[in-house]
Design a protein. Sequence first.
Length: 506
Amino acid sequence: MYSLKIREEELKLKVAGDFFAQFDTTRIVQNIDFCVVQKDRLDFDELGSNTLLWAEAKKGELKLEDFYQSFVQLILTIGKAKINEKTLPPEYLGAFDAVKIAFIPYESIAFVFNQNDFNWQVTPSNHESKEFKQLYAQIKELLKDKSLIFDFFIQEKDEVKKNKDLEHFLHNDFIVGWGQGKAIAITKNNFNIVYQKWLAKVKPSIKLDYKDEDGKVKELNPADFYLADLLSKDNKSLKQNLEVVLLKDHYEKTLPNGFELSFKFKDEQKAHKDFWSFYERPPAEEVRKHILKRRDLLVPRDIRERKGAFFTPAIWVEKAQEYLAKALGENYQDEYIIWDLCAGTGNLLANLQNKKQIYASTLDEADVKIMKDDAKEGKNNLFEKHIFQFDFLNDELLDEVDKKGNILKKSKVPEALQAIIKEEQKRKKLLIFINPPYAEATSSKSIVSEKSEHKDLVAESTIKNKYQHILRQGAKELYVQFLARIYEELPNCILANFSKLKNLQG
């Protein structure tokens, strides 16, 4: 082993020279202690696609529990600076002291970075913080199960030698697929990171805006173009009902009115070809399904927080449906009409069986398409006609009619659901099942999170303005706007609502 008195910086230099000499260990990645990069493929280096290891270094010899805590400190360092959103993560995360080194595949730990409402703005080295202890408790067993720990040196008779098992790992398993010209596979844990790189490299080469029927300039969502690229083979989108499709040398999109738009490359597709030459397309079928379900991750974390919209984990969905059965009876799916009006891609409705009784609406048209695609393929228990795009804070619940009953302005809400909304007795059997967006506005132009971080872009809504006089300061909360409309305009319905403690307290 190395001297227990050696300084941390000297330890890193010795470890680099003794065990990672065939790699580049000079890379500085923000506050990460130790970075290992494959020397080949440096032409793609700026995206971090050849990074093998990010590690936390500690001098001396740590107890095993403290060693695992080094991983937690590393994860907090990455999450606080959003390093994993700015560069492709490595194959492994690691930790080492003067005696041993450990590795854990990044993919096995990546889920922690997508947690709802986790406060990353803590000091990573403060092992006594609530967040540190929370994360340690969450992944301790995973670290025990998945991490590979090696001593640097072993005693053989009267001689101290490098650990052969460690050297074998570094020369074989550690670098499988790297530096051999292989395309990088798109996985469940890197597809959103690749998207951030696509935005920098490919998006500027595409003209995303167009003029609508009124001559107004509109810009399409770049994530739809990325999905068209990603879910393609031989530069042609596999899924023709995506929002945007790639057709060899251009993209196409069909608007709701049937008008077709074509989008060409500004640089004869050079940036596009250069970028995708490093990746394997399309991803595996399982990964494709995951990407379509978790397209929310294509939005950077700070913007997702600002919008207040988060994916509902499956374990929460299962528990919520268990509570519904306890509260409303085992036959509630047959007795109630269930409407998720913040449906996203519909995961909150997973495992519900009576499709005749279920409605799903959401703000994002792309999410509506995903749910309808799944309905066509029998992947969810929804009728296509029960899935619709709807802005609950701005759109009208009911058709606008004149005194003679003629429709002046049609609502997006299906007629069958409107009939339930109109009649008091039927409304009593309407179950609003939602995980509403949570974000708080300090003014009409900024949001403050629960960590008092001020952010731009608070939505002004029809409902906020309509009920401002009743809600007062409460109108700044997005979830309050949802609850206000439900209370005022869907009286006597049943509300099954995911909530924060402030919801109950307020």
